[in-house]
Structures are given as C-alpha cells and as structure tokens.
Design a protein around this ligand. Structure first.
Ligand code: FNR
Length: 362
C-alpha cells in the first residue's frame, strides 16, 4: 500500500491523479497568466520567521475564536464551488470533516449539495457565502434559507462582478453541473461559443451593479453578521468598517479573478492596520503549510481559510482526506509555534516574522 501523504503538496498530486483533467484544472487553476496564483504561494516564502528561544512550549494551545465561535485551530474552510466534482459526497463530506476538526466551514453559494442537506448532516459551525444575483429575490431567498438552517454568518464575496478569465476552463470546455440550491428558482443552462459556460452563466446572473450601499440592503434582509470577502486595499478596508460589516476576509479569490493583484499575504498588513482592530480580519490565499498560517497570524489575521487544500483532500480521500489535510496543517502550525517560542496563538506577534524589505533595511 502506498504511504500516506504527509503534506498538502502530496495531496495535490493524489488529487491530480484522481480527477479528470477538466476538473483538476478547474480546481487548481487561476486567471489568465496565473501570475497571482504563483505569487500567492511564493510571497510566503519571502517572509522569514524569527524564533524566540528558551520559552516553555510544553503545553500548546492552538484554539481561537471567530465571531464568538471557538475553533480548535485558526484554520477554517473557504467557500469553494462544486465539491461533488471532486467526490460523490461533495460538501457533506467536507462539512463532516469540519465538524470532526471543530472548525468552521463556509458553504459556497455554488455548492453541489443544498444549504439544508449540509446543515442537517452534522453539527459543524457553518457560514454561508453569498453572490448577489441580478434577481435579488433569489439572493434574498437563499439568505433566508441559510438563516433558517442555522448558518451563523453571511460571507459576501465582493471580488466577482464578473468571472475572471480562467483559460484552462475555456480550453477544457468546462461546464457547470446543475446547482441544487437554484433548482426551481432559475435555469442554470447557458451555452457558450467558447465551450465553457462558466463565464457566460456568471455574466447572465451576477449583479455587476453591486456597490457599497447594497450592504445596507443585505443588512435589511438578515440578522446574521456580514463578512465581506475579497478586500485587498486600505481604502476598501476603511469603507467596509464604515458601512458596518462584522468582519473582513483578505482574499483574491485564490487568484481566480483579477490577475496581477498582489499576493494576499502582501496585502494583509495594510488591511489589518487600516481596520485597527475594529472588526476581525480573516485571510485566505496560498496557504499550504503551517508556517504560512503562522506568518498570516503574525501579520494580524485572526484565522486563515483554506480553499484548494480542502479540495485536494476531498478528491483524494473524501471526508478522511479533508480531515487529514486540516490535521496536517494543524500539526505543522503547532510545530512552527513551538520552535518559534509561541505556546498559544496569542503569543504570535509581528516581531516573529521579517519581510524581505525589513531584512534589507536591517
Ligand atoms: C474558489 N473560491 C470561491 N470563493 C467564493 O467566494 N465562492 C466560491 O464559490 C468560490 N469557488 C471557488 C472554487 C475553486 C475551485 C477555488 C480554488 C476557489 C475562492 C476561495 O474561497 C478562496 O478564496 C481561495 O480558494 C483561497 O485560496 P487557496 O487556499 O485555494 O490558495
């Protein structure tokens, strides 16, 4: 029997072998030149860790709290579309893994299991990710269903007025499966001259007129906390706090939207400084090692979300694979913390890392 994978990279290879090329490319790929896709990961490697020694690390505590929910480690599950293309149990397997690991799962608007199925399969804390459709009544209905099914927050994705150009999907003629949350509400059938229907479907459905005042509209239809996902600049972070959001997720959509935006880890500190502790700042993009999580926490993130690593685990080994991916990252984070002299996540400070620029100046 082949040895168990020991890191995210090895899971990625298993996923590559397990999936049809069209689906692997859909999950792994980014927009256009994929500059930001590479950069999301490489920018982590330009940050070094400054360990402190002779600190008691015999009792480690990775737990943290996000919006009042205790989680076992600062690692959450990012919203990613269409888990049934990776594994027949789809988002249900992912939610069960989230529950087993005592973490939070953000269910994608474009999930292949319904809001209600995922809610009833286990007791994971769940947030619901929202795209705003031109047909606002559909959006409102989905928000109500999430609220009724016990989801604890709405994660409004704000980086997608149109879909980024993912050339692999175009070449592979990637077609979206039916999205069960929309069944009976609207047809997801769209044909496209280029072969893939993803861009055309997004163009037809997403409300590209969405703007800051619509946060008020969203607040008028839900009592749930609202997080905005896709903030990359100081200016937008300030705006988001001004309009009263309950949290910010620094994200570039896993480099699938606008290419040539900076790596998210390079944008994090600017956002954290602008927010000044007024609301929690979460982070995603390119996390593949526990050391990456350590660096994001040192730069002020309260927790990170992982996207592709979850899908790689799911494609390779279903629910077990997702659990294992989270356990691997937790183990790596714990070791990084111990070796850097931090016994709890609260001990991780800005002084525990140096950016390339800081090394150059010192
Ligand atoms: C995503 N992402 C995403 N985001 C979102 O708000 N709604 C969605 O439906 C999806 N779907 C989606 C599908 C796939 C295949 C990927 C890879 C990503 C973005 C996701 O939430 C997250 O921002 C990134 O995945 C984080 O980067 P990493 O961890 O994949 O490097």
């Amino acid at each position: 029997m082949a040895a168990e994978p020991v890191n995210v990279k090895e899971y990625q290879e298993l996923a590559r072998n397990a999936l049809p090329k069209m689906y692997y490319d859909f999950y792994a790929g980014g927009a256009e030149d994929q500059y930001t896709l590479t950069e999301n990961m490489e920018a982590f490697s330009r940050i070094t860790i400054c360990p402190r020694i002779l600190i008691d690390v015999s009792n480690m505590d990775l737990s943290t709290n996000v919006l009042g929910y205790n989680i076992s480690a600062p690692i959450m599950i990012a919203p990613t579309a269409m888990h049934k293309l990776a594994h027949p149990e789809g988002e249900i397997a992912t939610a069960k893994a989230a529950a087993a690991c005592k973490t939070i799962m953000v269910l994608s608007f474009s999930a292949t299991c319904t809001i209600e199925e995922v809610a009833s399969c286990c007791n994971a804390v769940r947030f619901f990710q929202l795209y705003v459709y031109k047909r606002r009544n559909i959006t409102a209905l989905l928000v109500q269903r999430a609220e009724r099914s016990g989801y604890k927050a709405i994660v409004l994705t704000v980086d997608t007025p149109r879909l980024g150009r993912r050339e692999a999907d175009i070449k592979n003629k990637m077609i979206s499966p039916q999205l069960p949350n929309l069944d009976g509400l609207m047809s997801t059938e769209v044909s496209s001259d280029e072969g893939s229907n993803l861009e055309a479907f997004a163009f037809k459905t997403l409300d590209s007129s969405l703007c800051w005042k619509d946060i008020d509209w969203l607040r008028s239809i839900t009592k749930l906390p609202i997080l905005v996902k896709g903030i990359l600049t100081r200016e937008d972070a300030i705006k988001a706090v001004e309009v009263g959001v309950d949290g910010i997720i620094v994200s570039n959509h896993g480099a699938r939207q606008l290419d040539y935006v900076p790596a998210t880890i390079s944008s994090l500190e600017e956002v954290v400084c602008a927010v000044g502790g007024q609301v929690p700042v979460l982070f995603d993009g390119g996390v593949r090692r526990g050391a990456d999580i350590f660096k994001a926490l040192a730069l002020g993130a309260q927790a990170v979300l992982i996207g592709r690593p979850v899908i790689f685990g799911l494609a390779a080994m279903g629910e077990y694979g997702v659990k294992h991916i989270i356990e691997i990252l937790k183990g790596e984070l714990e070791l990084t913390m111990a070796l850097a002299g931090c016994s709890s996540v609260k001990d991780i400070t800005r002084n525990h890392i140096k950016t390339e620029h800081e090394r150059f100046l010192s």
